[in-house]
Design a protein around this ligand. Structure first.
Ligand SMILES: Nc1nc2c(ncn2[C@@H]2O[C@H](COP(=O)(O)OP(=O)(O)OP(=O)(O)O)[C@@H](O)[C@H]2O)c(=O)[nH]1
Ligand SMILES: [Mg+2]
Length: 386
């Protein structure tokens, strides 16, 4: 038996593909609509997916034409051997269909038993959390709490169940700390640290624009990423565009001097060189810079596209730095936002910002916990009932 998925813009297109590949006798096992591309799961292209099966012995496109020809021949000649063959294929397909029906039923009942007997709608939520890459233990914790909070009479109400699960997830974001935006008017020195290429410098530029141009604060940019000429130039381009001062510091001592010089500024944004979390020397050096300034707030920047295992490595290594808050970048490049929840929950640090593209200054947001929760829960709308 061969099973294959066919994706097209509409049902007719998908069915044509099935017919072209498997011939007219293929079995349609499942159809679903889903969205691909777009931003945060929105505005994507609406596509149709058809899962179809054919028996291994079943002739495919060309073969199926032969079968059709054979059938035509059978009707004109009354050849009884071919009639037997034709009936045989029908029987085989019937067997195949019952076998698949049984498999589907078994799959469904497995899903029930694997989910601690959650009520049906919560099973969908659980499955979606896992599809978003929320860790199994955390996903169970969330669903357990949600089941507790929904009135028994509303267990079959899709909207109510979704609302409660979203609310529980949102609470996990909130209890991990409040966001950067709520910290009033106090003067701040903020350093962005994190692995290479994750978007630290771009995020510094976005924050600089947000605070200087939009909020009218006095901002200075400082880079301690002086190893690479290109790194300084990258930040200088932004500083020039926004008419902001840019300072460079090659040693922790110089860093202290620069900070002293700009004591009057509302906000000092410090860019650092990307460090491989596995490079112990580089991490020690970075720590020396951070230790030189007791009031500094350290924001750890991570990419939402990074594998969970690598994120744990990063959080463990950068954990030496007394990180205050987190920033996740590149949310526009993934749908698996569950990793953000996993990290925020395990570190119990606030998620200060999320960034959603390369545009400076537009693609940055203070995260809305309920909206993030919805994106995590609705990773795959086709999984949802009704
Ligand atoms: N898609 C997407 N790309 C981003 C985002 N933020 C940054 N980038 C891109 O990621 C690439 C690296 O960005 P940088 O800001 O140079 O990263 P960095 O962390 O400063 O890199 P190093 O200084 O080399 O460690 C650039 O091409 C950015 O445009 C984002 O939110 N989404
Ligand atoms: Mg950089």
């Amino acid at each position: 038996m061969k099973i294959r998925r066919f994706v097209a813009d509409d049902m007719q297109g998908a069915l044509n593909q099935v017919k072209d590949t498997f011939g007219g006798d293929a079995l349609i096992l499942q159809t679903r609509h889903f969205r691909r591309g777009g931003f945060l799961g929105l505005f994507g292209r609406r596509l149709v997916e058809v899962t179809a099966a054919i028996s291994d012995e079943e002739p495919q496109v060309n073969g199926s034409q032969e079968a059709t020809a054979a059938k035509a021949h059978h009707f004109s000649s009354g050849n009884s051997r071919e009639q037997v063959q034709d009936n045989g294929i029908k029987d085989e397909l019937q067997d195949l269909k019952s076998m698949l029906d049984q498999m589907v039923t078994k799959f469904d009942s497995n899903a029930v038993s694997n989910n601690n007997g959650y009520p049906k709608l919560f099973q969908y939520c659980f499955r979606n959390l896992k599809a978003s890459e929320v860790e199994e233990k955390l996903a169970r914790q969330i669903i357990d709490e949600a089941v507790e909070s929904v009135k028994p009479s509303l267990m079959d109400d899709v909207q109510e169940v979704n609302r409660v699960v979203e609310e529980v997830i949102a609470r996990y974001f909130l209890k991990s700390g409040h966001s950067f935006a709520n910290n009033g008017n106090k003067k701040r020195i903020i350093a962005l640290v994190g692995p290479t290429g994750v978007g630290k410098t771009t995020t510094i530029a976005k924050l600089a624009a947000l605070f200087s141009i939009i909020k009218g604060k006095s901002v200075v940019l400082v880079t301690v990423d002086t190893y690479r000429v290109a790194a300084v130039e990258q930040l200088k381009t932004y500083a020039d565009l926004m008419a902001l001062p840019l300072e460079t510091a090659c040693t922790p001592k110089q860093f202290q001097e620069v900070l002293l010089q700009h004591e009057d500024k509302d906000l000092v944004l410090v860019d650092t060189a990307g460090r491989s979390p596995l490079n112990k020397m580089a991490m020690a050096e970075l720590k020396a810079f951070m230790d030189a300034c007791p009031h500094i707030e350290i924001f750890l920047v991570m990419g939402a596209t990074t594998k969970q295992a690598d994120l744990w490595e990063i959080t463990s290594r950068f954990g030496q730095l007394d990180v205050n808050q987190l920033i996740f970048t590149k949310l526009d490049e993934t749908l698996n936002y569950g990793v953000i929840l996993n990290v925020v929950n395990r570190l119990q640090k606030g998620l200060a910002y999320i960034t959603t593209g390369q545009n400076v200054p537009d693609d940055i947001e203070v995260p809305d916990p309920v909206r993030l929760a919805r994106l995590i829960l609705q990773v795959n709308n086709s999984e949802r009932p009704g």
